[in-house]
Design a protein around this ligand. Structure first.
Ligand code: CP
Length: 361
């Protein structure tokens, strides 16, 4: 059963086809109005959401399908201790496809292993958010006509910002994309993303937005993710690190696109909303079209074969040390690590944390 857990589950050709499909859906919505008649999408949201959940639901409704689900873990049987695996198995009996958001890193992978219908990762803790990347890609495509040769600045919380992790993984597929990482020292991009996704990308790191803004084709602002901090005082110190204002934009290119996955707190001044370079509300709309294209893809190709990497998997010999990994709380779960023999390392299949136990290779 094919699922979308990480944006790299899709090839570049598949991403390009989704963009093409979303463009067609946005131009000819009536042609798609009955495509999912008789099908049901379940939205299982264990964490708050406005855009992702509602755009998934709007997407399915505009395709003529049905939606069911919950928007709060406390209103589901997770509050009584039900596991993610059991929830996924049960909801597979009621729906043809499931979009799930969870606060634990790797939760979507657990659900995909148990479900009998496709699982779409709608955000797993600070790890990944592949469908936000679909919205980001369509927005960039519509403004720049493609992705090759762009200089993209990611600004804010690059440590916990799951949308950044997925966007970089997607952009690494294209030619000569340069990335500028702008963050406080404490919120730098995790090393595993640099190793896994950026080996062939040119990138620089800085703490200063104003020193690099003039070089950017895309500025991707992010919120400092209060809910991911273990120490509230660190959040308080960092929360106002970057605030984009019309004054700061004076040095930016006239055709730079400003993206933000939203919600924003204060990192983009409301005064910027009227600037023609502000694309973040359009990005939210594009999210709906890309999710329509995604639902259609999965329901059309339900039997597409699984991408099996069984021979590189190490099962139940290594245990993940990341306290935010889903393996710390899910009952009777397989502990699976993926070996990268060329680098001599292995990573937790759920949250990508690297193991220190090299002897297993
Ligand atoms: N961009 C995004 O994931 O927004 P929500 O948290 O509102 O879904």
């Amino acid at each position: 059963m094919r699922s979308l857990i990480d944006i790299t589950d899709f090839s570049t050709a598949e991403l390009d086809a989704l963009i093409k499909s979303a463009c067609d859906i946005s131009k000819h919505p009536k042609r798609y109005a009955k495509k999912c008649r008789g099908k049901t999408l379940a939205t299982l949201f264990f964490e708050p959401s406005t855009r992702t959940r509602l755009s998934f639901e709007a997407a399915m409704l505009e395709l003529g399908g049905n939606v069911l689900g919950f928007s709060d873990a406390d209103s589901s049987s997770a509050a009584k201790g039900e596991s993610i695996s059991d929830t996924a198995k049960v909801v597979s009996c009621y729906a043809d496809i499931i979009a799930m958001r969870h606060f634990k890193e790797g939760a979507a992978y657990v659900a995909a292993n148990a479900a009998t219908v496709p699982i779409i990762n709608a955000g797993d803790g600070g790890h990944c958010h592949p469908t936000q990347t679909l919205a980001d890609l369509l927005t960039i495509y519509r403004h720049k006509g493609g992705f090759d040769n762009l200089t993209v600045g990611f600004c804010g919380d690059l440590k916990y910002g799951r949308t950044v992790h997925s966007a970089i993984a997607a952009l690494s597929r294209y030619k000569n994309v340069k990335v500028v990482l702008i963050s406080p020292e404490e919120l730098k991009l995790p090393d595993y993303i640099k190793t896994e996704n950026m080996a062939n990308m040119q990138y620089t790191e800085t703490t200063s937005l104003s020193s690099v803004i003039g070089s950017l084709d895309i500025l991707y602002m992010t919120r400092i993710q209060r809910e991911r901090f273990d120490d509230a005082s660190v959040y308080e110190r960092l929360k106002d690190s970057y605030i984009l204002t019309p004054k700061k934009l004076e040095k930016a290119k006239a055709d730079m696109c400003i993206l933000h996955p939203l919600p924003r707190v204060n990192e983009i001044s409301v005064a910027v909303d009227d600037d023609p370079r502000a694309c973040y509300f359009e990005q939210a709309l594009n999210g709906k079209y890309m999710r329509m294209a995604l639902i259609l893809k999965f329901l059309k190709h339900k039997k597409e074969k699984e991408n099996s990497e069984e021979s590189n998997l190490i099962k139940n010999k290594i245990f993940c040390q990341n306290p935010k990994c889903v393996t710390q709380t899910e009952q009777e779960i397989e502990h699976i690590f993926k070996a990268d023999k060329t680098q001599g390392i292995c990573r937790c299949i759920y949250c990508d944390t690297q193991s220190q136990q090299k002897e297993e290779l």
